[in-house]
Design a protein around this ligand. Structure first.
Ligand code: ADE
Length: 225
């Protein structure tokens, strides 16, 4: 898989891809991630990427020309399955979407800033608009990093134990059950005795019940789906 991220703040994106699972995935050649600085696609001396809104109103709008030039240059090199725009008014990211996107070959992610992009960018180039939640960030970069993390960890071979992504919260519309490790007792706080029973069908059943109860308590909306 290849991911091209278009941004005005590439430096904001460096560290998430430079540690842990994402770095390992990149180093192993399982995913390529490229950053493109929008200012490299401007045509004026000031490297302007934004301007005031037609019709008046506060806030700057990202202009279509640098974005067009960048996306067009990328599309000349290869075909893209998706051109995603990170925006608070997009569809809220969920596990199903991450699963779907992890199967794609080439993806462009455009990070918005200021008031957002000229609507014609959305109309002409964008195949999918994604929000990472009902709150407004200063720009799309952190959202893009979240999206990439959610996608990349699902690529086969990225996680050491292939099954561990399958047992994540949300994979079956349930939150994950409680988990425990050593010590068996800490300051008098004990691990449920059943987990030492060696009765694996019973443990599995307990985990399913716990997952269901936790989902019912915290995210009953998931059970409605
Ligand atoms: N840009 C600003 N806020 C955002 C959000 N919630 N999700 C994705 N991109 C954003």
């Amino acid at each position: 898989m290849r991911i091209d991220i278009i941004t005005v703040l590439p430096e904001l994106l460096h560290s998430p891809f430079n540690a842990s699972i994402l770095k390992r995935a990149i180093d192993a050649g399982l995913v390529e991630v490229h950053f493109h600085n929008l200012r490299d696609y401007t045509s004026d001396n000031y490297k302007s990427i934004d301007d005031t809104q037609f019709g008046g109103g506060a806030g700057m709008v990202m202009m279509i020309e640098p974005i067009d030039k960048c996306i067009t240059a990328l599309k000349e090199q290869r075909d893209y399955n998706e051109v995603i725009y990170m925006t608070p008014d997009g569809v809220t990211l969920n596990q199903g979407m991450a699963n779907h996107l992890s199967l794609k070959e080439n993806i462009i992610i455009l990070c918005g800033h200021y008031k957002g992009v000229d609507q014609r960018v959305r109309d002409q180039f964008i195949t999918r608009e994604i929000s990472i939640g009902d709150y407004v960030l200063s720009g799309g970069e952190l959202g893009a990093a979240v999206l990439c993390d959610a996608i990349i960890r699902l690529i086969p071979g990225v996680l050491g134990n292939e099954t561990s992504a399958l047992t994540d919260s949300f994979q079956d519309n349930l939150l994950a059950p409680p988990i425990y490790t050593r010590p068996r007792e800490y300051k008098g706080w004990k691990v449920p005795e059943l987990l030492f029973s060696g009765n694996f069908p019973k443990i599995e059943k307990w985990r399913e019940e716990q997952a269901y109860q936790r989902t019912k308590d915290r995210r009953p909306d998931l059970l409605d789906d």
